[in-house]
Design a protein around this ligand. Structure first.
Ligand SMILES: N[C@@H](CCC(=O)N[C@@H](CS)C(=O)NCC(=O)O)C(=O)O
Length: 215
């Protein structure tokens, strides 16, 4: 059975989408229309009770949560450019970075885009959104320093090797650039990394398939 990725354009599902292409996987893409609230349909909620993409349907079952999906993709296509399973430390670093994105950077954006999850009432929601750019900026400061440390070895998050951390960070950086939180003078390495990742064929193809252009 071919894996099937449920996605919505430009969301965090873009990371798994690009990773599947980078791995050379054959897969099906299934659009989940947020405009039609399809992520809250009973069929979708049966796969992911949180009502969120990405969801990856595999021969083993249904998988949710970006860090787990990205780890699965990297391990399920051995020999692909993403496979780092043979290297214990690289794999641990990739898992660490991806969990940081999933548990800290991404939720900081959720405070900006979806404040209703965190507070009731317009005044409180406005306050939640207003605080978010500061927190996101501080998260990107950590990423900026991280890219500085790995830049001697190569252009990617983990140095010379392109890993799932690169498309995952790319999604966050697209949001950071779009919202103006990323600033050229404060986050030059993050923005340079964004341009490089978007130019990578697997990512460029994923963007095109989702009807998106580079930022
Ligand atoms: N922790 C989840 C978060 C997934 C997530 O927040 N997905 C967003 C898109 S970026 C979504 O589907 N939102 C739909 C909604 O909130 O209705 C993961 O890492 O996979």
């Amino acid at each position: 059975m071919k894996p099937r990725l449920y996605y919505a354009p430009g969301t965090c599902a873009l990371a798994a989408h690009a990773a599947l292409r980078e791995a050379g996987a054959e897969f099906d893409l299934e659009l989940v229309s947020f405009a039609d609230e399809q992520q809250r349909s009973p069929v979708f909620l049966a796969m992911n009770p949180l009502g969120r993409v990405p969801v990856l349907e595999t021969e083993h079952g249904v998988l949710t949560e970006n860090p787990a999906i990205l780890a699965y993709i990297a391990r399920a296509w051995p020999g692909s450019g993403l496979d780092s399973v043979g290297d214990l430390w690289v794999t641990a670093q990739v898992d660490s970075f991806n969990v940081f994105v999933g548990s800290s950077l991404h939720p900081a954006f959720a405070h900006l885009f979806r404040p209703y999850r965190y507070a009731d009432g317009d005044e409180h929601r406005t306050a939640v959104s207003a605080k978010a750019p500061q927190v996101i900026g501080e998260m990107f400061d950590i990423v900026e320093a991280r890219l500085g440390a790995s830049s001697a070895a190569g252009p990617w998050v983990h140095g010379a090797r392109f890993t799932t951390s690169d498309p995952y960070l790319c999604v966050m950086s697209r949001w950071g650039a779009r919202t103006g939180v990323l600033k050229a003078e404060r986050h030059p390495r993050v923005l340079a990394h964004l341009a490089l990742v978007q130019a990578r064929p697997s990512v460029a193809q994923a963007l095109a398939a989702e009807g998106l252009t580079s930022i």
